[in-house]
Ligand binder design. Sequence first.
Ligand code: SF4
Length: 64
Amino acid sequence: MGQLIYLKDVVTLKLSQEKCIGCGMCLLVCPRAVLSLTNGKVEIANRDACMECGACSEIACRSS
Ligand code: SF4
């Protein structure tokens, strides 16, 4: 079965790359493989796969 996409272009996920320290913890907690790590910075690789669970933002809050 392919990866579920709920609706295209409706996800409100935002990424502040200037705050990224490249630890990769948000990639570990994301259940949908939305994020990727390139040259030490996280990028949104598959925005439409995000289910807005908030797990990655919880990690970000604890890492700063
Ligand atoms: S909100 Fe959830 S599904 Fe979306 S990128 Fe963050 S951890 Fe992944």
